[in-house]
Design a binder for this molecule. Structure first.
Ligand SMILES: [Fe+2]
Length: 292
């Protein structure tokens, strides 16, 4: 009897130790996973190079390097020092053209003035183009964001376009107002662009591509999704926001059209200051003229 009781106690103890060990493993994994997501991956920028050929691209633009950055979310665990490092990193890539696809701020409106000299340091000899995103609107100071970008040398394209000219040939950059808080107008954004001209559309929310595909646009650059920000291996993102439900990451060709869409994972974070299995991204597009 005594021996049985002792045996039961032993079994209970070993079960308790097993459960204790298991919870320590889970707790350890959660703590180290959170620390990794907060301290390491959030700043571990991936520079992705994408080679794209277009039949409508004038050959004089072959080899042009377009760099895209998106979703800085200044103020939400994204500091002036982080921005300064980003400027150096982007400039080292020597872009010909720089595109910023929205969400400059999260809650860092008061940082805009001191960040202007840094934003001015982004170098792109053929042009810097920008749009605003839903978080710029949510800050309640969209015009302040637009002014900052303009003062920093960005051509802010809200339902309008601009061109880059080389040896008498033009390519166009069009930009849309935000889908969630603004009044986007595709027709207005493309107004005056000859149908046959090579055109890149900047639209914060990638799902716009389904509508943009009905127009003569060659490439759409978007952000907004942050790639999901937290991606479970073999499952995918735990959440993608409205406007990034159909498309949330990478290169896609929109069905039934020639439009290619690229969704950049962004630089900063929103809501939770974590990234897991979803590194921040700078995209380098090396564009070429397709051989006919
Ligand atoms: Fe964003």
């Amino acid at each position: 009897m005594k021996r049985e009781l002792a045996q039961n106690e032993k079994t209970k103890l070993s079960r308790r130790s097993f459960l204790k060990g298991l919870s320590s493993i889970f707790l350890g994994a959660a703590v180290s996973g959170s620390s990794y997501s907060f301290l390491i991956e959030r700043f571990w920028i991936e520079t992705k190079t994408i080679n794209l050929s277009f039949d409508r691209l004038p050959s004089v633009f072959s080899g042009t390097k377009i760099v895209q950055i998106s979703d800085l979310h200044l103020g939400h665990f994204y500091s002036k020092k982080n921005l300064s490092d980003l400027v150096k990193r982007v400039n080292r890539l020597k872009p010909d053209i720089l595109c910023f696809t929205g969400d400059l701020v999260e809650d860092g409106i008061e940082m805009l003035e001191e960040c202007t000299p840094l934003l001015q340091k982004f170098r792109a000899p053929l042009g810097k183009f920008a749009i605003v995103g839903n978080h710029d609107f949510r800050s309640g100071q969209t015009s302040n964001v637009i002014d900052t970008l303009s003062k920093s040398g960005f051509n802010v394209l809200i339902n309008k376009n601009a061109y880059v000219k080389k040896n008498g040939h033009k390519i166009y950059f069009a930009g849309l107002d935000d889908m969630m808080f603004g009044v986007p107008d595709i027709k207005k954004s493309l107004l005056g662009i000859p149908k046959e001209n090579f055109t890149i559309m900047l639209a914060h929310e990638p799902d716009f591509a389904d509508a943009v595909a009905k127009y003569p646009v060659d490439l759409q650059l978007s952000g907004h999704s942050h790639g999901g920000q937290i991606k479970i291996p073999f499952f995918g993102p735990i959440f993608t926001p409205d406007g990034a439900v159909n498309y949330f990451e990478g290169l896609k060709t929109i069905q039934g059209s020639n439009l290619r869409l690229y969704t950049n994972r962004g630089i900063g974070t929103t809501f939770l200051p974590f990234r897991f299995n979803c590194r921040p991204e700078i995209t380098v597009f090396q564009i070429d003229c397709e051989q006919k």
